[in-house]
Write a protein that binds this ligand. Structure first.
Ligand code: ADP
Length: 260
């Protein structure tokens, strides 16, 4: 760095430089702590399935050759846990990629078609009722792939944390199109809502073991929504269901290059 020349620099200027420097150091430190936390969480999340795989592999070695039932159970568990690890690694790479990739591929999209295709994917893959209400020809300027990914994360959560139908509603407002994804599932307590978008945050660790999530889906959704300048609201009631509402701008601020 360039040494500050006291003779040429006034007291106020020096104080200002000092403040800026301190601010930068604080930001670096916070960032470093966040990275450390991420590595620690990620290691823990990867270690858990690996421990299960190791113990089932040992069981397989001990009793699998003489007992077909034991072999089937052990191999099934090994396949499941390997899948979990794979999903987790894909999500972690996704987060890393999103941080670095600031580019947007903007084009005109008919949001109603995008919603229909995402809903239909969900119906086919999981045999779930997904209702879609709202107008046709909802044209916006956005990044189709990133927007689809964001919608998919929210729809997939609605599927995982509820059993009944899922309702998607789209409506034109003055500055944006409002899209809400409503499920009638277990809901989320009010005090948990502010943490939902944090990395590795899960409302209930044990309960979510069944669904296999690591708490990264909404962290990815937050990064995507920041890029797409989409505001997300969450409303939920324990035992009744959850509604994620997206305010999607007609046009991204900042022109073709996008980004804030
Ligand atoms: P996960 O992979 O665990 O689903 P997410 O980051 O996508 O992680 O979500 C974080 C947590 O928020 C979930 O573990 C779940 O507890 C809660 N959650 C998210 N969406 C819903 C929903 N639609 N209904 C109830 N809980 C939800």
């Amino acid at each position: 760095y360039e040494k500050v020349d006291k003779a040429e620099t006034g007291k106020d200027e020096l104080a200002e430089i000092g403040r800026t420097f301190n601010g930068m150091m604080e930001a670096l430190e916070t960032n470093y702590r966040k990275q450390e936390q991420f590595v620690s969480n990620a290691s823990h999340e990867l270690k858990t399935p690996l421990t299960v795989i190791e113990s089932y592999a040992k069981l397989l070695l001990r009793r699998g050759f003489t007992n077909e039932q034991v072999a089937t159970e052990a191999l099934g568990a090994i396949v499941n846990e390997s899948r979990r690890m794979n999903d987790l690694i894909i999500q972690m790479l996704e987060l890393a990629k999103n941080k670095e990739d600031t580019s947007l591929s903007l084009k005109e999209i008919d949001l109603s078609l995008l919603l229909e295709s995402t809903a239909s994917q969900m119906r086919q893959a999981y045999n779930r009722t997904v209702e879609l209400h709202g107008g046709s020809s909802l044209f916006i300027q956005s990044d189709e792939q990133k927007l689809k990914q964001l919608l998919f994360i929210l729809l997939d959560n609605a599927r995982k944390y509820s059993e009944d139908k899922i309702i998607i509603t789209a409506a034109k407002e003055e500055k944006s199109i409002t899209v809400s994804i409503h499920d009638f599932g277990e809901g989320i307590a009010q005090d948990q809502i502010p943490h939902l978008f944090d990395r590795f945050y899960r409302v209930n660790q044990d309960r979510n073991r069944k669904t296999g999530g690591a708490g990264l889906g909404l962290a990815i959704a937050r990064e995507l929504s920041e890029k797409l300048q989409i505001h997300i609201n969450v409303q939920s009631k324990l035992g009744s269901g959850t509604c994620f509402t997206l305010l999607i701008p007609y046009n991204l601020e900042g022109g073709k290059e996008g980004g804030r």
